[in-house]
Write a protein that binds this ligand. Structure first.
Ligand code: NDP
Length: 456
């Protein structure tokens, strides 16, 4: 028994905090979790889940022409944006309630409100104070907007789910996960879309073939691109001559020539940062490095009884990683099953259109690490579905292997069902499998996935 109110106080009920709190309580710890917004965090409330629902919604616009080759006559439809938006919010609200009920079933006390540190063992939520033997910070991140003229007119991904009207013209600044996903969604839902990026291709850091194939596919979906722009010259101007809410994005292109894009909604998808300002971390003496909470590999901060997981530590900012870090923390500290997770070979998907998914090393990184011991197998083909549906859609698959034994160190795919396929295929990389293991695996025919086990 301790003199503290709780054994563990968790700050932030997102994916990581929820997983950690329930796992710790399952070992008998007395646990509370504070959340100032809906329970579920970025992923459930304003990220992965509503985004994926919007991706599904955007696919329906392809049905009339894709089905025509299969003998169907399906009239062009119209989108009722308000209906879609409200249906997604209803689902988000259902999930919020579900997560609250899971907390209660798992004996975790939910405290509504934003928590901040009073001292190293005390947090305040509104005018109440709570003490805890250990504290876990899992506050996630928030959208970062660069300091450029007129940035106040741009919205972030959070507001994309709540747009009062559907924009005829949509522009996005940024070529990362969020910008690339929303460009595809909004095009599919019917907007004219322009993506403005400061590199040649979207998705910096991904394998170059992934970047090129995603962008080619997006161009085939009539998404307009401005690449290699000078980001220092960017500004957003309210263009009330057109209509009250119209905006103009002005910038210089790679040649220094002035360019303009008009839009009804501008999304700034220019990265995310840990959400630390409201926490008063200094009250507990918690070290922050490069805007993120500094942690050891077992997620411990410089204070031995305070831990941090998920995006606020800026390691690998993905939901399943935060969940795994949270569970590893609880297993280690409360379950006496010490372990920590590896941040290597984490599969990742971009729900762009075309979809991309990847695990392990890009060809570029593999060549830096292993030089001419790297061999690449690659294929690009038109998936069977499109043989009757028509269109330009292609699938690209790539296998990166190293050494004589041809150990698989990277798998990449762009095309239909890439995320579903790479999730299964990622086992080959995590288990240290070799090309011969793929060769020894019988193909399933006719599938796209069979290409991964038949590549020559
Ligand atoms: P990213 O860091 O992925 O991309 C940010 C983009 O903004 C880059 O293209 C960057 O350019 C550009 N940028 C940054 N500053 C400026 C500027 N001043 N002017 C113009 N462009 C700028 O961030 P996102 O916001 O897309 O996503 C944040 C995180 O959310 C991701 O890292 C990921 O962890 C997570 N996420 C994951 C998803 C998934 O798993 N499917 C989906 C959505 C989000 P440059 O590349 O040149 O630096």
């Amino acid at each position: 028994m301790t003199d503290f109110d709780y054994d563990l106080f968790v700050i932030g009920a997102g994916s990581g905090g929820l997983a950690a709190s329930k796992r710790a309580a399952s070992y008998g710890a007395k646990v509370a979790i504070a959340e100032g917004d809906l329970v579920g965090g970025t992923c459930v409330i304003r990220g992965c889940v509503p985004k994926k629902l919007m991706v599904y919604a955007s696919h329906f616009s392809h049905f009339p022409h894709e089905s025509a080759g299969y003998g169907w006559t399906i009239p062009e439809g119209t989108l009722d944006w308000e209906k879609l938006r409200d249906a997604i919010q209803t689902e988000v609200s259902r999930l919020n309630k579900l997560h609250i009920s899971f907390l209660s079933k798992n004996n975790v006390e939910l405290i509504s409100g934003f928590a901040k540190f009073v001292d190293a063992h005390t947090v305040a939520v509104g005018d109440r104070q709570f003490t805890a033997e250990r504290i876990l910070i899992s506050v996630g991140g928030e959208a970062f907007k660069p300091d450029l003229a007129g940035i106040e007119y741009a919205i972030t991904s959070k507001e994309m789910f709540l747009l009062p009207q559907f924009p005829k013209r949509f522009a996005v600044i940024g070529g990362g996960y969020i910008g690339t996903e929303f460009a595809g969604i909004m095009r599919g839902l019917g907007s004219e879309v322009t993506q403005i990026i400061r590199d040649h291709y979207v998705l910096k850091g991904f394998d170059n073939d992934v970047r090129i194939n995603v962008q080619e596919g997006m161009v085939n979906h009539d998404i307009n691109f401005h690449t290699c722009i000078d980001s220092n010259s960017l500004k957003i101007i309210k263009n009330s001559q057109e209509h009250e809410n119209a905006l103009t994005i002005a910038f210089n292109d790679a040649e220094g020539k002035a360019q303009q894009v008009n839009a009804d909604v501008v999304l700034a998808a220019t990265g995310r940062k840990p959400n630390l300002a409201p926490l008063s971390l200094e009250q507990a003496g918690i070290a922050v490095v490069n805007d993120a909470i500094a942690v050891t590999e077992d997620s411990c901060t410089n204070q031995p009884h305070i831990y941090a997981i998920g995006d606020c530590t800026n390691r690998v900012n993905l939901t399943p990683v935060a969940i795994a870090e949270g569970r590893a923390f609880a297993d280690t500290v409360y379950g006496h099953k010490p372990h920590f997770i590896s941040h290597k070979n984490i599969p990742s998907a971009v729900f762009s259109q075309p979809e991309a998914a990847t695990v392990g090393l890009s060809e570029e990184t593999a060549r830096e690490l292993y030089g001419n011991r790297v061999k690449v197998y690659k294929t690009k083909f038109r998936p069977m579905f499109y043989s009757l549906a028509g269109g330009e859609a292609k699938t690209m698959m790539k296998l990166i292997v190293v050494g004589e034994e041809e150990r698989v160190v990277g798998l990449h795919m762009v095309g239909k069902d890439a995320a579903e396929i790479i999730q299964g295929m990622s086992l080959v990389v995590t288990m240290g499998g070799c090309k011969k293991d793929l060769d020894n695996t019988m193909a399933m025919h006719p599938t796209a996935a069979e290409e991964f086990v038949t590549m020559q």
